[in-house]
Design a protein around this ligand. Structure first.
Ligand SMILES: [Zn+2]
Length: 401
């Protein structure tokens, strides 16, 4: 909301100011380096208001002057960029075979990125909370040593996550009704920053929407290519969650009534016939083992091994059926394949494209492209950090310390 200063002062002036600070902050993020006049032009706020808001943002070290000026007619304009270096946003992903932690500063600069093996399939939610809490404490200590204020933490989990951060069902982890958010907050002893838990695909979609090559694309779907397959859906510029937050469980749409058994107990689910488990000889559990097996699959595919190529083509066709459903239903501009799909993309994509084009009613698949993610295995964790930064953008600014 932008309030012209000629209007009578609204009742809740502090709220309006916080909102306008966020508006200016977003404008700097989108247009930096930019001048105060540029901000006034792009936001519709008047120049005096912008100057006052910018001064506040500089005080909070969210924005800084570059020292460079842009020469225009009249006075040279001092250019502004995001600062945010005194702040950190933390994202963590818990998955079947690994835990990843990422911290970024406000401008999205990667401060750390850790990945370690994790026996998710045999670990209870309580044990997972203890593991995540231990990792987060290490990240927080590192941030404290670097004199950064932690703005928040968001943890991605492959499962249905309610708005309160309760994991309702995580079939690949074997969790049910686990209050991961509450337990984690307690394990961190009320850390003084917000703790959120979200679906891993949702967070990965936020990471793509904020940091990836398709950043800012209004209609984008991210498909996780892990042991499970889930979709994160951004439509009209916003992550879509649905009635209870369960949008995107495409992994459990039945593609083949006679297909392989899925971990959810049903037959022929998309993730059973198009997930990484359908590619590997042995559905190994540690990421190191999965990566070794994947390297071998890639090597064989490069060597044109016929069995490998036909497996990848079959998985690609199954995956393409799923992508076509997404395209028919949601009309995204891009479907981004993440996780273990990335190294396999050169062999999967031709079959995916063929199914997409053959199964969509709209000409040219409704403009939908399918690409491999460039964010790597840390996408969901990076998305956790993106979710924290998004909350800053929408007005939850850090306190002045
Ligand atoms: Zn299933």
């Amino acid at each position: 909301m932008i309030t012209p200063t000629t209007d009578p002062q609204p009742a809740d002036f502090a709220d309006v100011r916080a909102t306008n600070l966020a508006v200016v902050l977003r404008s700097v993020r989108e247009h930096a380096p930019c001048s105060r006049a540029d901000i006034a032009a792009s936001t519709g706020l008047n120049k005096a208001t912008v100057s006052s808001l910018v001064a506040d943002l500089i005080d909070r070290r969210l924005v800084r002057e570059t020292g460079l000026t842009e020469n225009r007619v009249g006075r040279p304009a001092t250019m502004l960029v995001l600062d945010g270096s005194p702040y950190a946003a933390i994202g963590v992903e818990v998955n079947v075979d690994y835990v990843t932690a990422v911290a970024v500063d406000l401008s999205g600069e990667r401060l750390l990125s850790w990945r370690r093996s994790f026996p998710g399939a045999t670990t209870t939610a309580a044990q997972a909370v203890a593991t995540v809490a231990a990792i987060v404490r290490r990240v927080v200590n590192r941030m404290a040593r670097e004199e950064r204020q932690v703005l928040g933490l968001a943890v991605g989990v492959p499962g249905l996550v309610g708005a309160d951060g309760t994991v309702r069902v995580a079939p690949n982890l074997g969790w049910r009704d686990a209050d991961v958010c509450g337990d984690l907050t307690r394990a961190l002893r009320d850390p003084g920053f917000p703790v959120r838990v979200d679906n891993d695909a949702n967070l990965a979609a936020l990471a793509e929407h904020r940091f990836g090559p398709w950043a800012g694309t209004a209609n984008l779907v991210y498909l996780t290519g892990e042991i499970g397959v889930g979709a994160g859906v951004v439509l009209d510029g916003r992550l879509r969650r649905g009635g209870q937050g369960y949008v995107g469980e495409i992994g459990h749409i039945q593609l083949d009534p006679f297909g392989a058994e899925c971990r959810c107990g049903r037959l022929g689910c998309l993730e059973a016939v198009a997930g990484i488990g359908a590619v590997l000889e042995h559905p190994a559990l540690s990421p190191a083992e999965v990566e070794i097996e994947l390297d071998e699959v890639v090597r064989l595919a490069r060597a044109a091994d016929s069995r490998t190529l036909s497996t990848l083509a079959a998985v690609g066709h199954n995956l393409g059926k799923g992508v076509a459903m997404i395209a028919n239903l949601l009309n995204p501009e891009v479907v981004i394949l993440g996780g273990y799909y990335v190294p396999l993309a050169p062999w999967l994509l031709p079959a995916v494209e063929a199914e997409l084009r053959g199964r969509t009613i709209a000409p040219d698949a409704g403009g939908c492209q399918v690409v491999a993610s460039t964010l790597g295995y840390g996408a969901a964790a990076l998305g956790g950090a993106a979710r924290v930064l998004d909350s800053v953008d929408s007005g939850r600014l850090p306190r002045v310390s």
